[in-house]
Design a protein around this ligand. Structure first.
Ligand code: ZN
Length: 121
């Protein structure tokens, strides 16, 4: 992979990482490195408020899970760039298509393997 493209991907990953951390910062707290926990919202002590808190909390937990998983993928990709192993499919060890990486820079598998998995083969 060309260095210019790799630099662009790295910049992209760092921007996404900062964005995700900011989003997570709004409704979660970081418990350990890269591990976040949704904060229980406090609206008040009325029963409808309590119901709102519970419903918001389950939304937050789901959002936290999604954001955290993406963040982990990004961190993995950044580590791989440092180790010069970036851009290889974790299943077949072939290079991942550059086009795919530019669209989704934290992809860890190539289109072929991904399609195979999705088809349940
Ligand atoms: Zn593959």
């Amino acid at each position: 992979m060309e260095k210019a493209i790799l630099d662009r991907i790295k910049k992209d990953l760092l921007e996404k990482k900062a964005q995700l951390e900011a989003e997570l910062g709004v409704f979660t707290e970081e418990t350990t490195d890269d591990d976040y926990q949704a904060k229980f919202p406090e609206y008040g002590d009325e029963s409808d408020e309590n119901a709102q808190e519970v419903s918001q909390y389950s939304t937050d937990i789901e959002a936290e899970r999604v954001l955290e998983n993406t963040l982990k993928d990004i961190n993995k990709a950044l580590k791989a760039i440092e180790k010069n192993t970036y851009g290889r499919c974790k299943y077949c060890n072939q290079e991942i298509e550059e086009k795919r990486l530019l669209v989704r820079p934290f992809s860890s598998s190539c289109v072929k393997c991904k399609t195979k998995l999705q088809n349940g083969a």
